[in-house]
Design a protein around this ligand. Structure first.
Ligand code: 0L1
Ligand code: MG
Length: 259
């Protein structure tokens, strides 16, 4: 698509994020947009943030569960980027920073080596991974009522908004990550639960798919990046006063409170 239009749409989405203001989905005005167009807009959005001085923590995978893929009628996940300003520094997050946030529990990978596609396997990912750690991702679509098509959500940086990382680091080969059980509780009540296998069969497989998707664009995963692999639990709506806690088998607990 025309670069000027892609930049203009990226600015529209960045403004919605900055203003915490939900906006009409872009495919209402541009129904012709393809998945590739969505990624072109996302690339412009990433450039805007880099030009503003933000840094990439790592890419993230989205739509990795069977339920989300079925809902969106796709057979491949999508990716977006987590920036340094999105990483929560304390155990409180303010509702004022969001439009309509939802939380999901994920396993993150910290890479010790670059991973370059194509044909990357989960085993290669595990060999290149320094640590795994638990995380709570807060997604916050910029679109009205969290409603979008695939090009919309890709352009909107896969709804990326905030991440709370746990403090316990694990060695990837000390776990059977597909079998790691997770509960997500709010105010002491379990809202959802699952195991690592909910993420395209294995969280390492999610990273391998990401490396292969990036390879199609001539990009690679880099040593030092922290990658969110996708929701093990479903995404649960947040409200002021919520005390959120996720327990990961062998990887500890991640908590925060919504003020
Ligand atoms: O991290 C995610 O799985 C989000 C992907 C985008 C879809 C959504 O906002 O639910
Ligand atoms: Mg996610």
């Amino acid at each position: 698509m025309d670069r000027t239009v892609a930049k203009q749409i990226a600015r529209y989405l960045v403004s919605a994020e900055e203003d915490r203001q939900e906006v009409s989905r872009i495919t209402l005005e541009h129904p012709e947009l393809s998945v590739e167009d969505g990624y072109q807009i996302q690339e412009e959005l990433v450039l805007i943030k880099l030009e503003a001085g933000y840094e990439i923590v790592g890419p993230k995978m989205g739509l990795t569960s069977q339920a989300k893929m079925k809902q969106m009628n796709v057979n491949e996940p999508i990716y977006g980027y987590v920036f340094n300003y999105m990483v929560a520094t304390g155990q409180e997050i303010s509702m004022r920073d969001f439009i309509h946030p939802k939380v999901e529990a994920e396993i993150a990978f910290v890479l010790g080596k670059d991973i370059e596609g194509s044909g990357v396997t989960g085993a290669q990912v595990l060999a290149a991974t320094e640590y795994v750690l638990p995380a709570l991702e807060i997604i916050d679509s910029r679109y009205e009522n969290f409603q979008f098509t695939l090009p919309d959500v890709i352009a909107d940086n896969a709804s990326s908004s905030k991440v709370v990382f746990g403090t316990k680091l694990g060695r990837p080969n000390d776990f059977e990550l597909d079998l790691v059980g997770v509960t997500l509780s709010i105010n002491g009540k379990i809202k959802d639960l699952g195991a690592g296998a909910a993420v395209v069969g294995h969280p390492a497989h999610s990273v391998a798919m990401l490396a292969n998707m990036l390879a199609r664009k001539g990009l690679k995963l880099k040593a030092g990046q922290t990658i969110l692999t996708g929701g093990i639990t479903g995404a649960v709506m947040l409200h002021v006063g919520d005390a959120v806690s996720a327990k990961f088998d062998g990887l500890g607990t991640v908590d925060f409170r919504v003020t």
